[in-house]
Ligand binder design. Structure first.
Ligand code: C2E
Ligand code: CA
Ligand code: CA
Length: 720
């Protein structure tokens, strides 16, 4: 095969379409049997290195060439020695632009040839040959556009078909961005979803930009661009479509790049799913999960998230301060005015605290009357202290709610991170301990977390670890404090009081570990241990002294256990005793959380035959109305009232009134903490049923109770 490469001609200037552009190489296949024509054509491309001309003389040579190479343009004579250019154009089948040359002007031939896929048609003449580079340029440009468009259309058609199969019945909108058109096309479903009155489904980029929520615009176009550049092969994001006064629609946009047969990206296409409902639901859930309903402030979960972020590994440079604000005596507001009023106060407090000007501030409500401020821009103690003072100061203003004016104060704990803590748990534990120190120091003050607080936390942690092992190491024991029946003068019962005989700390009294046991949940196994041992003791005592009752103290954590009633019954049954010889002591505060549930459980136990006493009466709500609703048979008047009997105040009358009213509703009354004869006489005078206190005896170790009982009856017999 003969071929020639033409590189130079006398032509001046570049074809119009190449002006200012880089030099692409265009390979032109020239099929011409006329030597003269060939020479003239080759010459007209001489000065244009952008073009590379391959010449062949006939149809079979052209076929041979095309078997190995793909030109960018084919120029062919209509009449060839072994066939026609039309045949060749059919065979190449849209491979590239095809220009047909004839030596005469034949309109019919021209039209027919164009129908067979020939891109252009020209009548040979020296002038036409000279202009051929320009002409080819034009043909190439048009071809390029038509090909891309055709491919885009084909891709769209394929996609459409695909969607029909894939998404029939689905509510999605199909969309495509066609690069050559610079436009977004949407399927008809778009009109339904958007409610577009004008029925438009085609938008320019600028028009689409306007339709998007301002916050979603940039991200959408950045993602689109990434997809077009092949940096991301999948586009997936959630955007809001702005429907003006009709609000926003949330759309999940999914897309994938569209490629032509050569593999070049020609656009992006995909689906739009209306996720407005889901999104609203999510937002609601998010609100519930991360925001507090009373104050609208971010909640504890949110705070943990923030703290994890700012003290996490990725935030090496992060420094700041955390303030733990606990309102002093807030319970009194709730108690006096009710919870809904208390909520209003909390809302106001939230407002007040958010108005304090603190750099880098985030305010959270932890729950109850606890607020936390994280100040991300603070790191030194001095400015941090100023902020703490500022927070205390804002409580100098009264709060006005429903025409009531209040002055509240707060106890504040302050800690610096990462100096004092490197995890959210650690930070909150420290700042909480610092706040408690403020409370212990008389409230209305702030305390920085420091070494001594750290030590006391360590002590607590250590104590908890020891407490955890105390049951299995058999370090607990029970002491029993006797109760005397004032009418008969007999010992009628004992209250079981726990002691922790720790090898590390020595003898520990319950007030020093019960709170910790409650906080850690250890009170549940400890409480059952107490009940089991008290029942065993009751069985032993009962054999010699029938009718003596053994009373145990209960914590509300125990009462909250779902299987509480069942477990209590099992323990009593296993001890082989009657429930009538056992009693449990509850306090009013225990019942506050879930009165109905607690009262129900206690009712079941009362029906079972167990005795129930209300302990520390007079220190809580002390509503007699309340007493009527509870399934109890005893009331224990708190020691503080007994103490006051010796005084001259009104307390005496209160005590006598409690006794009388309790009797009226059929309850027995126990006077607790009786230390003096005077107190005893007073209680006798008002027909208090039982007394318990140091005057009778201190709590007695289990092994010495028998001895005590023998001694007591002896003593009594002598007195008689
Ligand atoms: P409580 O139920 O009010 O028990 C009475 C407390 O007052 C006992 O202190 C007792 O030793 C003390 N006491 C008795 N008579 C007098 C007196 O005349 N003068 C004075 N000053 N004190 C007197 P204890 O044993 O330290 O118990 C303290 C609290 O610990 C108990 O108060 C009770 O609430 C709790 N507790 C004791 N044992 C248990 C238990 O097994 N489980 C639970 N959950 N709590 C317990
Ligand atoms: Ca008690
Ligand atoms: Ca008590």
């Amino acid at each position: 095969m003969k071929s020639e490469h033409v590189s130079e001609s006398g032509m001046s200037g570049k074809p119009w379409f190449m002006e200012g552009s880089m030099k692409p190489q265009y390979r032109i296949l020239l099929v011409a049997d006329d030597q003269f024509d060939k020479e003239v054509i080759l010459r007209s491309f001489e000065a244009l290195p952008e073009f590379q001309l391959q010449w062949v003389a006939n149809l079979s040579q052209a076929r041979a060439f095309l078997a190995f190479a793909t030109p960018d343009v084919i120029i062919s004579d209509w009449r060839l020695t072994d066939g026609t250019g039309i045949e060749l154009s059919r065979e190449t089948d849209s491979l590239c632009p095809f220009i047909l040359m004839t030596s005469f002007d034949n309109e019919e031939l021209a039209l027919n040839s164009l129908k067979t896929g020939v891109s252009d048609y020209l009548v040979k003449s020296p002038g036409v040959f000279k202009d051929l580079p320009n002409h080819i340029g034009k043909v190439l440009w048009e071809w390029g556009h038509s090909v891309v468009r055709r491919q885009a259309e084909q891709a769209l058609a394929e996609r459409a078909e695909h969607y029909m199969l894939d998404m029939s019945g689905a509510n999605d909108v199909n969309w495509d961005y066609v690069m050559t058109l610079g436009k977004f096309l949407f399927s008809a479903r778009w009109i339904d979803i958007i409610g577009a009155a004008d029925g438009r489904t085609v938008f320019t980029s600028a028009e689409l930009r306007d339709l998007l929520h301002p916050e979603d615009r940039d991200i959408f176009f950045v993602e689109l661009q990434k997809c077009l550049e092949g940096a991301n092969d999948l586009l997936q994001l959630e955007v809001r479509i702005d429907l003006a006064e009709r609000g926003f629609k949330w759309m999940l946009v999914r897309g994938k790049e569209l490629r032509d047969s050569a593999g070049s990206v020609i656009g992006v296409g995909g689906t739009l799913t209306d996720i407005t409902e889901r999104k609203q639901y999510e937002l609601k859930i998010n609100e519930l999960a991360y925001y507090d309903g009373v104050t609208g402030l971010p909640n504890r979960t949110f705070l943990y998230k923030t703290l994890s972020r700012i003290v996490g590994k990725d935030c090496v440079e992060c420094k700041g301060a955390v303030f733990f604000i606990d309102i002093d005596n807030f319970k009194m507001i709730n108690d006096a005015f009710g919870h809904s009023f208390g909520d209003k106060v909390l809302f106001k407090l939230g407002r007040m605290l958010s108005n304090i000007d603190i750099p880098g501030k985030f305010l959270y409500r932890l729950g109850g009357d606890e607020f936390v401020i994280v100040a991300e821009d603070l790191c030194d103690a001095e400015p941090t202290q100023k902020i703490a003072e500022l927070i205390l100061d804002c409580f100098n203003e009264p709060l006005e709610i429903e025409k009531n004016r209040f002055y509240l104060t707060a106890s504040i704990g302050v800690t610096l991170y990462p100096a004092d803590g490197r995890t959210p748990e650690e930070i909150l534990k420290n700042v909480d301990a610092a706040m408690y120190t403020s409370k212990a120091n008389g409230k209305n003050t702030f305390t920085f977390f420091d070494k001594s607080i750290r030590q006391s936390i360590h002590k607590k942690v250590e104590m908890e670890a020891n407490l955890r092992m105390a049951i299995s190491r058999e370090e607990f024991c029970l002491h029993y404090q006797p109760q005397v029946d004032l009418e008969s003068g007999d010992i009628c019962g004992f209250e079981a009081l726990i002691r922790w005989n720790s090898p590390k700390y020595g003898m520990i009294f319950p007030l020093n570990f019960i709170k910790l046991a409650e906080k850690t949940g250890l009170i549940v196994p400890i409480g059952y241990w107490v009940l089991r041992n008290a029942c065993k003791f009751a069985a032993a005592v009962g054999r010699k002294h029938p009718g003596i009752q053994i009373w145990v103290n209960l914590s509300n954590i125990q009462l909250m256990q779902t299987d509480f009633v069942k477990t209590v019954k099992t323990i009593i049954e296993n001890a082989g005793i009657s429930p009538q010889v056992m009693g449990i002591e509850i306090t009013e505060s225990m019942l506050m959380e879930s009165f109905e549930d607690s009262a129900h459980k206690l009712g079941e136990l009362r029906n079972y035959g167990l005795n129930i006493a209300l302990d520390d009466f007079g220190t809580g709500y002390s509503s007699l109305n309340y007493l009527k609703k509870l399934p109890i048979n005893k009331v224990k008047i708190d020691k503080s009232f007994i103490d006051d009997i010796s005084g001259v105040g009104i307390e005496k009358e209160i005590t006598s009134m409690i006794i009388q009213l309790a009797h009226k509703i059929g309850l027995q009354v126990v006077g607790e903490g009786v230390e003096t004869k005077e107190q005893l006489e007073f209680l006798k005078q008002y027909q208090c049923n039982l007394v318990q206190g140091y005057l009778i005896h201190q709590p007695i170790p289990e092994e010495r109770v028998e001895e005590f009982l023998g001694f007591f009856s002896l003593n009594r017999d002598e007195k008689k």
